[in-house]
Structures are given as C-alpha cells and as structure tokens.
Design a binder for this molecule. Structure first.
Ligand code: HEM
Length: 536
C-alpha cells in the first residue's frame, strides 16, 4: 500500500512538474495575442537572424498594433502604431523606460553603454544629464561650425572620389561627432581612429547578435563554462582591450592637449576642466562621449547612404529638389542650415528618407520595470517592449504605397498619411524613439543630416552608373537594405558628379575656407593624416 502511495505521489509530482515545464514558453493570460508558441522555447525559432523588423511588420499585419512573443519564460511585446507608442512608452514611461542588461556590455564596455543601463542606474542618470548639456540648443549651435566644415570636406571628397561615397559618409559623421566630443578630427577614411572604431563596431555587433553566441543573459550559468569550450570569452576579452585602447586613448589625448594648453573647446575638455578629476567623473565623461560618438555616427551615416540611393533611383525627385534649391539660393552661394526653412520639398525628401528606411528600424528595446495595463492587456514586469518603427512607417492602411520612395506624401499632409487617417500620437520624429529613453541626439542628429543633405543636393547630380561593358543601367531595388542593426540602403554603383563647373569651383573654395575651422581639431593627427591634409 505504502509503495503504491509513493509511486502515486511520484507520478503526480512528475506530471505537475511536466505540466509546469510545458507551460514555459506559452503565453500567460492577459498578454496580447501573437504567433503560436512551442513548449519551453516559445517563439524562439520564429526569429530570423537578420532583418527582424520585416518579421515584426508581417506579424503586425496579422496580430495588430500590439502583440506578444514568448522566449522561454521571457515576454516580448511589440507595438506598431503611434497610438500604442503614446499609450505604453509615453504615458507609462515611469515603468517602461528600463533596458535589458547585457552581459557583453559589462565585459567589453565596462558597463558604460547607456543603451544597456537602467534609467535608475547612477551612470545612466549621469550620462543622460551630460548629454542634455552636450546636445542642448546652445551647445548644438556651437557644434554647427565643425558640422558645416565636415560637410564641406564631404562635398570635396565626393568630388574627388565619388565611388567611395559609402566610406565618405561614414568619415563625415564620425569626424563631426569625434570633434565635438573629444576634439579630434578624422580627416581620411583610412585614418587609424576611424578604422579602429569601425572594426570595433562591426565585431561588437557580431558579438551581440542573437545566435552568434550562447544566450548568457538568459542562462547565466553559461558564464562558468571553461574557456576552452567558450570561444566567446576570448573574443570579448580581445574586444574589451581594443575598446579600452581606443576610448581611453582619446581621453588621454584630451588630457595631454589641456596640459599643453591647446584647448579646442571639446566636450571632454569641458568636463575634465569643470568636474573633479577622479576615476568616477572620468568614467562618466567617457560614457557620455562614447554614447554620443556611437549613437550619432552610425545613424547619420545610414541616413546619408539611403539618401544617395533614393535620389539616384528617383531622378524626378532630384530634379525638383535642384529646382527648389536653385530658386532659393541663386547661383552665388552654398546652402546653410537655416535655408531648409524655405525648402518644403527638400524637407519632404528628408522626412521620406527617414520614413522609407529608418536607421534604427526597431529602436532599442525598452523594459517594463512593473506590471502595466494597456486596455484589455496586462504586460508583466520585466517584459521587453519593442517599438516597431519600420512597421509604423510601413503601415499600408496609413501610407499609400509605403514601400515606394515618394516625398510628395509629406507635401499633401503633415505626416505623409492617407487623408482621413487617425493621426493620434503620430510624430515625424518617431524614428528617434519615445518615452524617457527617447534619443537625446535629436537636434544634433537633425542638424547633421540636414546640413549634409542640403549640401549634397545643392552640389551634385547622382545617377545609377551604367555597366562599363554593356552600357546598360542596372536596375536597383531601393528596398534592399543592409543586414545590420542600424540599416541603410545597400551600396549602389552611384554616378556622383558636381552639377556644373561653378558648383565644383565653389566646393573647392568652401573646402579651403573650412580648413581654418578644421585645424582647431587637428592637434594630434598621425603623420599619415598630416601628409593627407597637406596634399588633399
Ligand atoms: C539620424 C540620427 C539618429 C537616429 C535615427 C537615432 C535613433 C535613436 C533611437 C531609435 C534610439 C532609441 C530610443 C528609444 O529607446 O526609444 C536612440 C537612442 C539613443 N541615441 Fe540616437 N539617433 C540618432 C542620432 C543620435 C545622435 C546624434 C546622438 C548623440 C549625439 C544619439 C545618441 C543616442 C543615445 C545615447 C541613445 C540611448 C539613449 C538611452 O538609452 O537612454 N543619437 N537613437
């Protein structure tokens, strides 16, 4: 009898356990609907390795403006309408502004990457405060001369090496941000500092892309796997060393410059001068400058790369933009930032580029730090909340032919939407995110993209280059994007030429005139960079 009872207890206990286990991965009551789940793993196998925003957008068509996904016990909520963004990320921002912490960010970046820190973390608070100062209206006005000077080099570079436009866009954005933060320019696409930055960014993205390495944040025990079976440990240590060499090297550069009394007003100098010079303030200063360089460079680069592709493939839009810019400027001067106010069509082009290919297509995931109720749904604490920016901007019920590059939509209506659309919560800057974690670089980023776009449109004709052997013009699918976190149109065979001899002459003389501004940020150039700036 006792034996039967024991067996019964074991069987009951096992079936209870099995039942609990099989429930892992399934959707809890109260969650928004979503694609069917498998026991234990939930929707894990439904996630593609690249272009995940396309899958998010497909699911939005089936499950609507809010849906949920399960990964083991974890919950991911995806929102795909401005109304939901306002409801969940803006109105409930007190409890939807967390971030998922990331093991590799702790190891490689010494936990200074604000994008993976909780809103309550002291480093995060210090960084966001510091960024407010670095990116305030007054501070951005102070960054304008170097942005304008870098844009004039961009024009000059494109004139001399049009085929390397992808690299020149990157140099422009990176050098503008590096000058504003660390007071160091990057004059060549081959400059060591840019090469190191790009390689680190590339390897970092590989390291944190799901599927490349075991999910250490989901299964913390993996941290104790011996090194011989854990290739990722060596990779992250190497990346950590390179990260430190680059960024600590830049801080030292500033300190040495200050000692030589060759200040150039960079943000790092200001912090080092005003604050206590201890390890903690040095760390926060580094975190602020790192956030600006990382957050500001890749996104602006992506915007410009997309602009080139869209203009090359839409000659009518380009022609209208040229007509508008000529009407406003005449032929005697190059554009400055303020000119954009008088150019509604170019404003529409800029908005359409951001809509057509938003650089951060699903932003940075937020984390709920308490249970939140939205309408009939209950979102548990510790859920990831993803703002499906790409999906919002490609909603077929809201935008006519959303996969088409069509700037006119923004002339017909402020938001580019179909007449009669409910535009509650809609903003033209949704591609900068929402809530308390909204991008702090909106103004600086907008200035950079506007200056570069205005100059490019003013100065150049861009077309798709014909095949030199067949003479045929290849057909380009503008909707083919890079397979990276921050996306842009892929590199195309672009034929970029100054619009006239007069434009070429003005580009040359503007570059020469800008050299004075650039020199302030060239105290520490490498011998190769010095040769370059003297001979370019
Ligand atoms: C076209 C330009 C840019 C785009 C499209 C863009 C987009 C975004 C997006 C979507 C987010 C996530 C927001 C959220 O979680 O809701 C973000 C965060 C961030 N961006 Fe930008 N950004 C741009 C330029 C810049 C610039 C110029 C800077 C700095 C100088 C910058 C610094 C940051 C930082 C530090 C964060 C993380 C904020 C946090 O986690 O608290 N970004 N950006």
């Amino acid at each position: 009898m006792a034996l039967i009872a024991s067996v019964l207890i074991v069987v009951l206990a096992l079936s209870w356990l099995l039942n609990r286990l099989l429930k892992i991965g399934s959707r809890e009551l109260g969650l928004p609907p979503g694609p069917p789940t498998l026991p234990i793993i939930g929707n894990l196998l439904d996630f593609p390795k690249t272009a995940i925003y396309l899958r998010f957008t497909e699911w939005a068509r089936t499950y609507g403006e809010i849906y949920s996904l399960k990964i083991g016990r974890g919950t991911v909520v995806v929102i795909s309408s401005p109304r939901m963004v306002r409801e969940l990320l803006d109105k409930h921002s007190a409890v939807t502004s967390g971030r998922q912490s990331l093991h590799f960010a702790k190891i490689v970046q010494d936990d200074i990457n604000v994008a993976f820190l909780q809103a309550t973390d002291p480093t995060c608070k210090g960084v966001r405060r510091g960024l407010q100062y670095l990116l305030s209206k007054e501070a951005c006005a102070g960054h304008l001369p170097i942005q304008q000077a870098e844009a004039s080099q961009l024009m000059y570079d494109l004139m001399k090496q049009p085929d390397a436009y992808f690299n020149h866009m990157e140099r422009f954005s990176f050098s503008s941000m590096l000058s504003a933060t660390f007071g160091v320019r990057c004059p060549r696409t081959d400059s060591k500092v840019l090469q190191e930055f790009s390689q680190i960014e590339h390897d970092w993205e590989r390291l944190i892309t799901p599927g490349h390495h075991p999910p250490i944040d989901l299964i913390p025990l993996l941290r104790y796997v011996p090194e011989r079976w854990a290739k990722w440990k060596g990779i992250s240590r190497d990346l950590e060393a390179r990260f430190k060499r680059l960024y600590h090297g830049l801080v030292e550069t500033c300190e040495n410059r200050m000692e030589r009394e060759e200040h150039n007003g960079s943000f790092m100098e200001n912090i080092l001068r005003s604050g206590e010079r201890n390890e903690s303030s040095r760390r926060t200063a580094l975190a602020i400058c790192f956030a600006a360089v990382e957050g500001g460079s890749i996104t602006t680069t992506a915007f410009m790369r997309t602009l080139v592709c869209c203009l090359a493939t839409h000659p009518d839009a380009q022609k209208r933009a040229h007509e508008e810019i000529d009407r406003v400027l005449g032929s005697s001067r190059m554009p400055v930032l303020e000119d954009i106010e008088q150019m509604p069509y170019i404003q529409a082009i800029i908005k359409e580029v951001q809509r057509f290919c938003p650089p951060a297509p699903f932003g940075l995931p937020h984390l709920s730090t308490a249970e939140v109720t939205v309408g009939e749904y209950v979102i548990p604490k510790n859920s990831s909340i993803i703002m499906n920016i790409y999906g919002i901007y490609h909603d077929e019920e809201v935008y006519e032919k959303p996969y088409m590059f069509y700037p006119d939509r923004f002339l017909q209506n402020e938001f580019g939407t179909i007449a009669g659309t409910d535009d509650t919560g809609r903003r033209n800057d949704l591609h900068f995110g929402a809530g308390r974690r909204i991008c702090p670089g909106i103004l600086l980023g907008t200035n950079a993209t506007t200056i570069a776009a205005l100059n490019f449109i003013w100065g150049f004709n861009v077309d798709v280059k014909s095949d030199p052997e067949t003479g045929n013009r290849p057909s380009i699918d503008t909707n083919t994007f890079t397979k990276t976190f921050v996306i842009s149109c892929v590199e195309i065979p672009a034929d970029i030429r100054p619009r006239s001899d007069l434009h070429a002459t003005m580009i040359r003389s503007q570059y020469s005139a800008s050299r004075e501004t650039m020199k302030n940020f060239e105290h520490e150039l490498s011998p190769e960079d010095v040769v370059f700036v003297n001979s370019w």
